[in-house]
Design a protein around this ligand. Structure first.
Ligand code: NAP
Length: 287
């Protein structure tokens, strides 16, 4: 009977210590809730403490979702977050780089003349939009990962000594299917380019961290309800552009994060996981 796998054990995240940046809202909160509700201790990090505290209060099952104010674009702020968790645990098993922003959103998709297109491209995204997008979605992912490296390593050390955790430490970066699109209806060019960079960074970290057995994977969502997308992506767009004709749900992202964070996903490293209801198949894609 030893070879029969118990799904409850295979997909268990009990005992995992995780950090989810941007975990107070949207996809980050869905992942934080999925992890905590299944036995993990989860620190949710964001700039608005009241939002985080409300989320932790409403979505905790075991009282192990904790709010920590932090800004991924500030190295000092990140080090402050790391210190709190170092004092409480001394290690983490999982960092989810989920915090992100979308700036420079294009509104008009059809242009009668080149000047109209030129105006849209010139004005829809300012140099500041590029800067803010890359600061949060790329630089923020980079420094968040680097800030937590020692605690991720400590998670592996602790695992090796006492066999206390079923899988090696892992960084998961939330990118976007936007990273693979090159069609003529961009959502936001700075956003898309920043997600291309964060996707590749996630792959690079799998290589950079290989000698420490810290894994790095990427989740690329399609359309999920969140502060970023509410009111921006109409239902008609979802019905037209998503083969499954619906936005992503809690169970969709929960299933993926529980797979990746558990023993079931323990051999997964350096890979991209798309969760988009088939949306990418509708576009000219680089994937
Ligand atoms: N929803 C979708 O359809 C979709 C699709 C593809 C990819 N994504 C990606 O999924 C991730 C989550 O986005 P979401 O859609 O769930 O949107 P969201 O609800 O706006 O969540 C973004 C979170 O990031 C936090 N955040 C932003 N800047 C931060 C900073 N400098 N430091 C710390 N936290 C910061 C925000 O909290 P504060 O403002 O309080 O800091 C917020 O909780 C993003 O990386 C996004 O690009 C979303």
């Amino acid at each position: 009977m030893a070879h029969i796998l118990d799904p409850a054990q295979l997909f268990s995240v009990a005992g995992t210590v995780a950090v989810v940046t941007g975990g107070g809202t949207g996809i980050g909160l869905m992942m934080a809730a999925a992890l905590e509700n299944n036995g993990a201790t989860v620190y949710i990090v964001g700039r608005r403490l009241p939002v985080l505290e409300k989320a932790a209060k409403e979505r905790s099952r075991y009282g192990r979702m904790f709010a920590l104010q932090g800004d991924v674009t500030s190295r000092e702020s990140l080090l402050g977050v790391v210190e709190v968790i170092r004092e409480r645990h001394g290690y983490i098993n999982l960092l989810v780089n989920n915090a992100g922003v979308a700036h420079g959103i294009m509104q008009k998709y059809e242009h009668q003349d080149i000047r109209s297109l030129q105006n849209e491209l010139w004005n829809a995204a300012s140099p500041r939009d590029f800067g803010m997008s890359f600061e949060a979605n790329v630089t923020g992912v980079y420094y968040s990962t680097v800030a937590f490296l020692e605690l991720l390593h400590n998670g592996n050390v602790r695992r090796a000594i006492a066999e206390l955790h079923p899988v090696t430490s892992q960084v998961i970066t939330v990118s976007s299917v936007a990273a693979f699109r090159r069609d003529d209806r961009p959502y936001s060019i700075p956003y898309t380019l920043s997600k291309v960079a964060s996707t590749h960074m996630g792959k690079m970290f799998a290589n950079i961290l290989k000698d420490w057995k810290i894994r790095s994977n990427i989740i690329a969502p399609g359309i999920y309800p969140s502060e970023m997308t509410n009111g921006v992506i109409p239902d008609s767009h979802v019905a037209r552009d998503v083969p499954l004709q619906r936005a992503g749900r809690l169970e969709d992202i929960a299933g993926l994060i529980l797979f990746l964070a558990s023993k079931a996903g323990g051999y997964v490293d350096g890979t991209v996981h798309i969760t988009d209801g088939g949306r990418l198949s509708m576009f000219s894609s680089t994937y």
